[in-house]
Structure formats: C-alpha cells, structure tokens
Write a protein that binds this ligand. Sequence first.
Ligand code: FAD
Ligand code: DLZ
Length: 516
Amino acid sequence: SKPLIILLGDQLTLSLPTLRQAPENAVVALCEVASEAHYVPHHIHKIGVFLAAMRHFAQTLRDKGFTVHYSALDDPDNTHTLISEAERLASAYDCNHIQAVRPGEWRLWQAMQNRQDTALPWQLFEDDRFFTTPEDFAQWAKGRKQLRLEYFYREQRKRSGLLMEHGEPAGGQWNFDHDNREPLPETFESPRPPQHQQDALTREALAVAQQHFGHHMGTLETFNWPVTRRQALVDMRHFLDHCLPDFGRYQDAISDTDPFLFHSRLAVAMNIGLLSPREVCKAAETCYYTGSAPINAVEGFIRQILGWREYVRGLYWTQMPNYKRENRLGFTRDLPAFYWDGNTDMRCLQRAIEMTIDNSYAHHIQRLMVTGNFALLCGVKPEALCDWYLAVYADACEWVELPNTLGMVLHADGGLMGSKPYCASGKYIDKMSDHCQHCRYSPKQVTGAKACPLNSLYWHFLETHENKLSQNPRMKLIYGSLARMKTEKRDAMRQQAQAFLAKLDTAPGYGDAIHT
Ligand code: FAD
Ligand code: DLZ
C-alpha cells in the first residue's frame, strides 16, 4: 500500500492526520493550480500568501524527510485542478490510493467524495485542527429550535476548559461584551505590525503571483503576511504583548487612518494552518493568568475563535450545499462597481475599501458594519457579495466567509447566524468612527443633498422588509419608531433612498462583470 497524500493550500500543518500517520513510502503532493486561482479574482496578496506559504511548507516537509512532489504553476505537465493533479501524481509515483483531509470548501469535498470508489480510491480524513468537528456541531444543533452562538460558545468553554475555574467562567461571567464597545479616543497609538523579511523563496513565489495575477486587486509592495510558521509565531507574540490588552475595549471601533488597530491579524495564519486555534487561545488565556491582559480582552478574543470561528464552520458544513442558495430577503441588486476601486464619496466605504485594496485586510467591524451594512441596506444579491468577500481578503476561505456574508451580513439564512439583521444608519458610523468629520455627507441629516445616504437607506430597508422583520422581538422597538413617524417624513425618506438607489444602479461600471 502506497498513498499519495495531497495537501491543499490551507492545510500547511505538520500534525495533519495524513502526515501524522504517513508510511515511509508515502508521497506528499502540494499543487499550485490555475483553477484555485480563478474561481474568484483573488487579491494579489491572497495569491501571494498561498503560493509563498505552500512553497515554504514543501521545504519544511523535505527537511523532515518526507518525499515531496511540488507542482508549480508553470510546470508544463500541470493539469491545473487539485483532483486531476492528485490523480496524475498518484499514477506517476505508482501510488495505489490518495489520502486527503477535509478541505475548506464543500465543492472540493464533494469532488473528493465522488472519487472514493474509483480505481485510485480517495481516502478522506477529518480535519482535527479545529476544536469541533462538523459531527460535533450537528449533535449540538440536533433538536434545537434556534441556533445561538452564545450557548454553543458556553459549551465549548466547558469542553475546552479555556477560562474555566472549578466549572465556572473566569471573572464570574461568560461574556464581557458590555465593556467592549468603546470608540477610539481622539489621540491614540496602535502598535505597528512586525515587518517580515522576504527570503528568496518568498520573493520567487511573489514574482510568480505578480507575473500571472499582477492585474488583480492590490499591489505586492505592501505584502506583509506571514508565510512560515516562524513568521506567524512572531505575529502572535506581537499581538499578545502589544495589542491584546486593548483588543476588547476597541474591538468595535473604526478608524479613518488605522487599518489594524488592536486586532490580531492572525486569521490568515490560522486559516492556512501555520498556527493552531488551540495554541492561539491557550496563549491568550495565559496572558489573563499572568495579568498582562484583562478578562474582557482575553474573553472577547477567545470567544471570536473558540466561539464564532467554530460556530460558522459548524453551520457551513451542516447547512451546505443549500446554504449557498439562500436569499430570504430576496435581494437582487448587483455589487456596486466602487467595491473594486473605492471610488465613492461616502467616506466610511471609501476608506474601508481603500484599506482592503492596500492590505487585503479590513477588521471585522469594517466588514460587517461598513461594506456589509451598505450592501444589506441596498439589497445586494448574496452571490455577488460573497464572491467579493472571498476574493478580497487574504484570510478568505469559503467555510468562514460564506456564513459571515450570507448569514451575518445579509440575513439571507433566516436568522441562523444572527437573531436580527446588523443594519445601521449613519448614526452608528458617527458614534464608532471618525469618518464622518471627513465626509461630504452629514450623519445628522436624513433627507436633502447633504444627508448621509445610510440614513434614508436604513429606514427604506426597514420599510421594505417590514413583513419579514417586524415580528422579530429584537426589532420591535425600531419598528415602533417607524410606525410613529409622520407620513410626510416617511415619504421624503423613501424618495431620498429610491433616488440614491436609482443613481447607484446607473453608475458607470455597475452590473458589468468587469472584474471576473
Ligand atoms: P481579530 O479581530 O483579531 O479576531 C481574532 C480571530 O477571531 C480572527 O483571526 C478569526 O479567526 C476569529 N474571528 C473573529 N470574528 C469571526 C467571525 N465572525 N467568524 C469567524 N471567525 C472569526 N474571517 C475569516 O477568517 N475568513 C473570512 O473569509 C472571513 N470573511 C468574513 C466576511 C464578512 C462579511 C464578515 C463580517 C466577517 C468575516 N470574517 C472572516 C470574520 C472576521 O471579520 C475576520 O476573521 C477578522 O476580521 C480577521 O482579522 P483578525 O485576524 O485581525 O481578527
Ligand atoms: C486560494 C488558493 C489559491 C489561490 N491557490 C491554491 C493552489 O494553487 N493550490 C491549493 O492547493 N490551494 C490554493 N488555494 C486554496 C484553496 O482554494 C483552498 O484550499 C480551498 O479553497 C479549500 O479551502
């Protein structure tokens, strides 16, 4: 028996089950393929991360004594899909079966499962780098009328023992969110991310990315993602020492100038396998016990990983493939063209998109409450918005991107991800950011030439979806306000929103599939 072990670009972890139990004669394959680079127009940083990290990991495996085949993008024999490359290499190396770990996308998992009974059978393994398996999630979800992060998260705290003391949550509460909603002070200094050196292997990989995908969003001049475990550990240490103490209170804040604030930037390293979520959570927990970070920060951070990250993955695997087709609010609008170049006079959107172009990064609140909120209020169709988020962020993998976009942002899953839509007016942006002082629109005006478009769009959204949303107990208050509003005011707001949407639909580039 001789396996061909295929490792995907987001499986760069030595403890992967297929590697742990690899026999001496196993051949390990990593394959750069055009099909993975083309399903959405990935940001150039994202392609650079995958190519550079895969090349480094192949070297790590060789150093450990594994027999490694690396299919490079320019290899003349390359068949350019992961399935066909694995099968070609298995034959070439006389392997009698192929081993793979559950990938991060349903489409690949399906393709692998369909090959299990072929002449070169695929043997599939569970990905045990997470705290939970899809089966664990399905068990937890079984029989529950409503799925809610908070209950799932508490169970994960008990199961993992993270921040637990004698069966009770550390600090006496499960959740310290009420301490975590501060806007930024007028003057503050956030720690500068470590600057990673680029060795010959990284430079080579980035040159290939540039050669083939130089026309995609972004420039490699600003590339600073970790592509080795060593670099990822440097980023983690930096976060723990310099950002974690303030992570909690400024978690929801947005800055006009600072893209990273006190966020960890660790999603990329965790998603491709350079760091394990367990070690990241454990290291954060230690900061609480050594007194270097307060409980609201550490609990808030651990909840994102042990709670949200696992929860979205569980939802993804238990709800796919139907999940991807959900569109409960019936959205039909194309993605506005300015999502690709930041060319808009709404300052919050302009800055979130410019930061995305510069760094292939935006923090959670920018994704949810700026680009996400605008798309929700305008009713952008899920497939268009999902493709954008999947393309533009270096940490984007479908298992985590899809529930966040389709569920959390667009409320298209009927409330599995969030008990209410995260819709907001300009007031929210004004409270949590310093964008509005640089904007031509005023968050205080609802109608008129200077009115922030988010204000009329917000009420228009509520009015449009009243049938579906007004019975939601968490929306009662706001629908009460809408009901009390004078007819003339409602009419004026509706007209203002409709005029804005009509203009949006006729803006240059709108509706053209120019970026795919
Ligand atoms: P931090 O703010 O430092 O948070 C710590 C970690 O918690 C993150 O690294 C991440 O692993 C985890 N986390 C935080 N929020 C979430 C969440 N909602 N779901 C899952 N994990 C979470 N995250 C991705 O990893 N890949 C994606 O493709 C992705 N797409 C998103 C799309 C939308 C529309 C939204 C609203 C969120 C998305 N997120 C995604 C979640 C979150 O925005 C990013 O994980 C986070 O911004 C990454 O930056 P960071 O590492 O500095 O995170
Ligand atoms: C995103 C990406 C890119 C751009 N290129 C490759 C590649 O050449 N080879 C590979 O194995 N993986 C790549 N990936 C990541 C895959 O798309 C990812 O592993 C799957 O989407 C499953 O999450």
